[in-house]
Design a protein. Structure first.
Length: 164
């Protein structure tokens, strides 16, 4: 991986960290998932996974580290992987497809994190249903952030593409 690509990954992870900490007062509404999806689609799977792991680790140093940290890394890495596969399908409707995926990704994220942490709560169904409103908020936030961030990051990635 080139130093230019590592620099871009570091900057995107820093933006995710700042975004997640800035929006911490709104439960599950943050730009992280959308940035990982856009990065996966435009830069590839590996950069998206790196951004997911770095962002989760650094933000959880501030917000609280626990068993959920591993599951958040896994969830966001899987979302980056799927976004990278969607990005390989070059389409005129890429933003539309990624926005739909961003909505669905919130529920994928919630399911993975809940599967990893429900053992402390007892019943998975009750645990999952108790958090469904947070997944819905995450999904709506993802769509809003995709609409705002996709055009901006698309332009940035088109300019930076010359460096790779």
């Amino acid at each position: 991986m080139s130093t230019n690509k590592l620099t871009l990954i570091s900057l995107l992870a820093a933006v995710c960290v700042i975004g997640r900490i800035t929006f911490q007062f709104l439960p599950n509404i943050q730009p992280v998932t959308s940035i990982i999806i856009i990065s996966g689609a435009m830069l590839g799977v590996l950069p998206a996974i790196c951004i997911a792991i770095i962002t989760t680790y650094i933000t959880n140093l501030f917000l609280g580290m626990g068993i959920w940290t591993i599951w958040q890394m896994i969830a966001w890495a899987l979302i980056g992987l799927i976004a990278g596969l969607i990005g390989k399908m070059k389409s005129q409707k890429q933003m539309f497809l990624l926005t739909i995926f961003a909505f669905i990704a919130a529920f994928i994220y919630g399911l993975i994190v809940n599967l990893g942490t429900f053992t402390f709560a007892g019943s998975f169904v009750a645990y999952y249903l108790a958090g469904i409103t947070f997944d819905i908020a995450h999904a709506v936030g993802n769509v809003i952030f995709m609409i705002i961030l996709y055009p901006i990051l698309n332009r940035v990635f088109q300019r930076v593409k010359r460096l790779f």
